[in-house]
Design a protein around this ligand. Structure first.
Ligand SMILES: [Zn+2]
Ligand SMILES: [Zn+2]
Length: 352
């Protein structure tokens, strides 16, 4: 049998199953790993996703034809047994397991190994071939435990509140924003969310995720804003919407904040290194846990990760995809090439 999954111009294609995974062009049947814009696009005839992700997809894509399956439940399509398994990335994110003729392939989508309070934790799935993302696939990327970063955010907010200054944290509206909210200490002051963040908060709460009380800016007195933390998407930075917060302190929360240049280009006071993707040790442990003999690497640091895997005795190659070209997930490096080049140098040292 040939490869079970190949790249076509429309996206990753399961040959025997005759369906696509996170296709970037309109297709008849799409299995969607999660609702970030570069993985979940408009215009497919039919969508299949994890049950926990259905309402997120509907809130972002509107009235689509979609079926949800519980994590681990098997559905057979053209002789391929499909099941979805938690990817630990955002609410409803899934890895796609495909079994056909005794062979098993798993496509990871985006994933994060460290558990958090806003989605089901990453589940390693054994397979023959693992298709993995590599957004942070360089040895320099190592995350501190999430609780430490959340503690730092609360301490920064508390200091600003005591000084009578509003705190503004920029974070991607879907996923990162809710993760930060889940860790905020509401005793410090009011929590204000941008209009792009609040609809997703509602979907998370409806999905059983506990988030503290959040308000729209219009619901908070001007005096109280000086003790508030504001969670807003990066696109709000520099917009007229920011004027009402006066002399605020701002921060950006992203794995890319590990790079000093990325923080400088964002022009924010603080960078919090908080990522929804696996770091280098996370990628290593996830790949190992699959026991796959063959690994195919998608968006991120394809050459570095492929070379490292080959040196470690695995059959590895890259897939060219169109993921990571919308700025609403960390799959898109800030300032693209500049950040990538900045990251290359230390990676070379770590290889030696
Ligand atoms: Zn994503
Ligand atoms: Zn991605």
């Amino acid at each position: 049998m040939g490869d079970m999954v190949v790249v076509r111009k429309e996206g990753l294609y399961c040959v025997p199953g005759q369906f696509y995974i996170d296709p970037w062009r309109p297709v008849e049947r799409a299995v969607i790993t999660h609702a970030h814009g570069d993985h979940a696009r408009y215009g497919h005839g039919h969508y299949l996703s994890a049950e926990a992700g259905v309402n997120v997809l509907k809130s972002r894509l509107g009235d689509i034809s979609i079926d949800g399956v519980a994590y681990g439940e098997r559905v057979v399509h053209n002789g391929v047994a499909i099941s979805l398994h938690p990817a630990g990335h955002v609410l409803g994110s899934a890895q796609v397991r495909m079994e056909c003729g005794g062979e098993v392939w798993v496509a990871s989508g985006d994933y994060k190994v460290e558990p958090d309070k806003t989605c089901a934790p990453f589940e390693p799935v054994r397979c023959d071939t693992f298709i993995t993302e590599s957004t942070f696939g360089l040895p320099i990327y190592r995350w501190e435990p999430e609780q430490q970063i959340l503690d730092e955010i609360n301490a920064w907010w508390r200091r600003n509140a005591e000084a009578g200054r509003c705190s503004v944290v920029f974070a991607y509206a879907f996923g990162k924003a809710q993760r930060i909210l889940s860790g905020l200490d509401p005793s410090i002051g009011p929590i204000v969310c941008h209009g792009a963040v609040e609809p997703l908060n509602r979907v998370y709460r409806a999905g059983g995720v506990a988030l503290p009380e959040t308000r729209m800016v219009s619901e908070v007195d001007k005096a109280d804003l000086r003790r508030a933390i504001v969670v807003a998407p990066p696109s709000a930075s520099g917009s007229p919407w920011m004027k009402r917060f006066g002399d605020y302190s701002d921060a950006f929360a992203s794995g890319w904040m590990l790079l000093r240049g990325a923080r400088r280009r964002r022009g924010v006071d603080r960078g919090f290194v908080l990522s929804d993707h696996a770091d280098w040790p996370g990628l290593m442990s996830a790949i190992k846990a699959t026991e796959a003999g063959r690994v195919i690497v998608t968006h991120g640091s394809i050459p570095v990760l492929v070379r490292w895997l080959c040196q470690n005795g695995l059959d590895a190659a890259g897939f060219d995809t169109e993921y990571g070209d919308e700025e609403e997930d960390e799959s898109t490096p800030p300032a693209g090439r500049a950040a990538a080049q900045e990251a290359e140098a230390p990676a070379g040292e770590a290889d030696a």
